[in-house]
Design a protein around this ligand. Sequence first.
Ligand SMILES: *Cc1c(COP(=O)(O)O)cnc(C)c1O
Length: 235
Amino acid sequence: MTDEGRRSELAAALTEVNGRIARACEAAGRTAGEVTLVAVTKTYPASDVVLLAGLGVTDVGENRDQEAGPKAAEARAAGGTPRWHFIGQLQRNKARSVLAYADVVESVDSVRLAEALARAAEGRTTPVEILIQVSIDGDPARGGAAGDDLWRVSDSVAAAPGLRLGGVMAVAPMDWDPDRAFEVLHGLSERLVKAHPGATAISAGMSGDLEAAVRHGATHVRIGTSLLGMRNPLR
Ligand SMILES: *Cc1c(COP(=O)(O)O)cnc(C)c1O
């Protein structure tokens, strides 16, 4: 497809997604400006990031360091400089690599990972924003801090000079009603904000459940498929 063809395809999808966000906000008595769209560009090329940035998308999300590092460099060279969110499972030995391009790491779920990121962020002039990934059903298999780990991880992040505790992130468990899942997340966020008043971000909601997330206070929605199209299922 030509660049112009892809540009109009992305523009149409973006209008559709922004419309869904706006309608969900209106129904919830919120203003659309309260919700940031994070375009999840995993498996799609740097050229899509540049096109989306040109269409006004300010934030993009990636889940694999090997893919995201070169893509961020390529997008930057082509004039696309959105905020990069790392949203995937992260190994401690990749902390330094991820901080070379990420502005936000949304998937911090252990004290050990928080400590590795804190060491990698030492001496930064702008702290990297950290969201604590929460396991809503308490099953740590797909990542996420369960139970009291949320409070331990957030205290560790808050104490690190190179990190700024931004809030929470979660994926609704497959077998849960998303409204119930995001209601639980909202409750955890309220408790977190009591202890850390600046940690107000709630990253929740994907292509299939963004409306439920917005109903329950999401400040960030992470949208891949509805914006960029179906991904190759093997990736
Ligand atoms: C891939 C991914 C998304 C986007 O999912 P879609 O259903 O394609 O919108 C959101 N969050 C995380 C953590 C992801 O890995």
